[in-house]
Design a protein around this ligand. Structure first.
Ligand code: ADP
Ligand code: MG
Length: 327
């Protein structure tokens, strides 16, 4: 199983950022309201994610590390309507096969916390008592310590941390109701408090995208025909230097989608004669019945039942918003 896990890890675990994504999604699936992320050396030496979610019962701890063990779906019917971010039961097993992993958790019912460890070895994980508040901590040390070929592909500490931080930012914009705190090498990198109202949401966008983005961006808020689009679009003067600032969420899930990208680019081009570097933080809310957010773990695609209508709505909304500030 170790080899099988390491092979699976090749797909899930590419770098510290991909580990962070899996751990954060698990925390969100567990209903966390606050997530603390501690990183050392870009996440290669240490990545610790602590949440205040539902926790894992002592009996289930070894299972959480086993391949194909998921608590999130029980049968094929569940698979049809999966709402959790994870459901394959591969992530922890994969990470545990290529790093030193410690899982500590406590449920609200338990009198105390329990812990299991792996060191990339085949072994029956032993459950030991530990100290931890209700919730879960996953500590991942020395990523790829036993797979030097993989370690070779890691980039400079700053690059790895930037990727990891980007993962946190993307999820933080999907979940304004959850607090995220990120520290790197003992220093605070992101402190995002729960954002319950418009002003707090704007503050979070400023913290994630930079105050400069928010200062020049156009706020958008339109509702029509069962579609609601809100957020901010950047002006081209700003956008030129920030080509990668593109966040688009459909019902709270980040997507990178051709139809969406096309509609945005087209609106920029038609109004401002420059469609090259749009910047935006946009949230589209639609009836879940008319959209199929692809659940593939690495793709971020989305399928709308009526793509034409969504495209026209996005294009029309942005065209009008940008038109108002056209120089
Ligand atoms: P998946 O998320 O696909 O179910 P994972 O390997 O990511 O698979 O996690 C395995 C299982 O471990 C989950 O199904 C869940 O039961 C448990 N688990 C992992 N992380 C957490 C967490 N932070 N809080 C509560 N349970 C967790
Ligand atoms: Mg998972």
């Amino acid at each position: 199983p170790r080899l099988a896990n390491q092979i699976a890890a090749g797909e899930v675990v590419e770098r510290p950022a991909s580990v962070a994504k899996e751990l954060l999604e698990n925390s969100l699936d567990a209903g966390a309201r606050r997530i603390d992320i501690e990183v050392e050396q870009g996440g290669v030496k240490l990545l610790r994610v602590r949440d205040d979610g539902s926790g894992i019962a002592a009996d289930d701890l070894p299972l959480a590390l086993a391949r194909h063990a998921t608590s999130k779906i029980r049968d094929l019917d569940d698979l049809e309507r999966v709402t959790s971010l994870g459901f394959r039961g591969e992530a922890l097993a994969s990470v545990g096969s290529v790093a030193r992993l410690t899982l500590t958790s406590r449920t609200a019912e338990a009198a105390q916390a329990w812990q299991v460890e792996t060191e990339g070895r085949d072994m029956e994980a032993r459950v030991q008592p530990a100290a931890h508040p209700v919730g879960t901590s996953v500590e991942v040390r020395d990523l790829f310590f036993n797979t030097p070929a993989r370690r070779k592909f890691l980039r400079a500490e700053k690059t790895e941390f930037d990727h990891l931080q980007e993962v946190v930012k993307r999820l933080a914009l999907a979940r304004f109701d959850v607090a995220f705190h990120l520290r790197h090498n003992g220093r605070g990198a992101l402190a995002l408090h729960e954002a319950g109202d418009d002003a707090a949401r704007a503050r979070r966008v400023a913290a994630v995208c930079g105050a400069a983005f928010l200062e020049q961006a156009l706020p958008v808020e339109v509702e029509r025909g069962g579609l609601r689009l809100w957020g901010w679009v950047g002006l081209p003067t700003f956008s030129r230097s920030q080509a990668d600032l593109q966040y688009f969420y459909v019902n709270g899930r980040m997507v990178r989608d051709k139809l969406v990208a096309h509609a945005v680019r087209q609106a920029y081009r038609d109004v401002l004669f420059n469609g090259r570097h749009p910047t935006f933080v946009l949230f589209l809310e639609v009836d879940p019945a008319v959209v199929d957010v692809n659940v593939h773990p690495t793709k971020h695609e989305v399928r709308f039942r009526d793509g034409r209508m969504v495209h026209d709505f996005l294009y029309g909304t942005l065209h009008r918003a940008l038109g108002e500030v056209r120089p």
